[in-house]
Design a protein around this ligand. Structure first.
Ligand code: TMP
Ligand code: ASP
Length: 237
């Protein structure tokens, strides 16, 4: 496999073509953004930590029968992935209240959400990722009804696997965001799963261990991402 020209550069990752038209190289950069790209900083080692973290989670999900675009890790900061036609929506599951749901509904941070709730957002920074529903997705052609149902089903299945994984390591999976795409007609999990796109709290102290450390300027961002990984058994050296 040969890495070719850059195809696209997002806020935290870049995508490169390869000599295989079905495969891309995903490069995890140190760029860290919040508030829809309003604040961007470079955090040393973030690309490496998130790439290794993501590979570990994608492998765990694969073992649980949840298919993703992930093929394998190529280097500290690069992974090989299947080329997906991305669906421009973000799928969020929440187990505990934090972030935008607290503001929208006047809910206190930390309240248990039972049963866990699901939200769709349109992936559009300029519009600040507005919340959308199934009807919007179908009416505007962002995905067809069968794929909408699949995204919900898979996102909840991920909760079943990961909530347990984090809990066993003394952490609470508060919420997370997933993105999906189509590969040869099949819906696959895309993008990444790392502390950049979820909320994780220590089970006892409720210390924030995710990108809220960056958003809220709590410090020790990457050290804490590493701590999450190490508790799960990941080695970053
Ligand atoms: P929210 O509370 O801001 O709606 O975010 C819910 C979860 O989704 C949280 O874990 C952060 C994640 N998320 C992203 O990773 N990227 C995004 O653009 C948004 C809006 C949320
Ligand atoms: N991922 C989005 C951004 O970078 C939103 C966020 O994480 O706050 O700007």
């Amino acid at each position: 496999m040969e890495k070719r020209e850059e195809l696209y550069s997002g806020k935290a990752k870049s995508v490169y073509k390869t000599d295989d038209p079905d495969l891309y190289v995903l490069q995890f950069r140190d760029d860290t953004s919040a508030f829809d790209g309003l604040r961007v900083e470079q955090l040393e080692d973030k690309g490496k930590v998130n790439n290794i973290f993501n590979a570990f989670i994608m492998e765990k999900l694969d073992q649980a029968g949840i298919k993703s675009h992930f093929v394998g890790r190529l280097s500290d900061t690069e992974s090989l992935v299947k080329k997906l036609d991305m669906i421009p929506v973000e799928c969020v599951v929440r187990n505990l209240a934090a972030g935008s749901i607290c503001k929208r509904f006047g809910i206190k941070e930390g309240m248990e959400i039972n049963p866990p709730t699901f939200e769709f957002f349109l992936k559009n920074d300029e519009l600040h990722d507005p919340m959308i529903n199934d009807y919007h997705i179908a009416s505007f052609g962002w995905a067809d009804p069968a794929h909408i149902e699949k995204m919900k089903e898979i996102t909840f299945r991920v909760n079943g696997v990961l909530k347990e994984l984090f809990l066993k390591a003394g952490m609470l999976l508060v919420d997370y965001k997933l993105e999906f795409g189509i590969y040869k007609g099949e819906i696959l999990l895309g993008d990444e799963f790392s502390p950049d796109g979820c909320r994780i709290w220590d089970k006892e102290t409720r210390k924030k261990m995710d990108k809220d450390r960056f958003r809220q300027e709590l410090g020790s961002v990457i050290e804490t991402y590493k701590e999450v990984g190490e508790r799960l058994g990941i080695s970053f050296s």
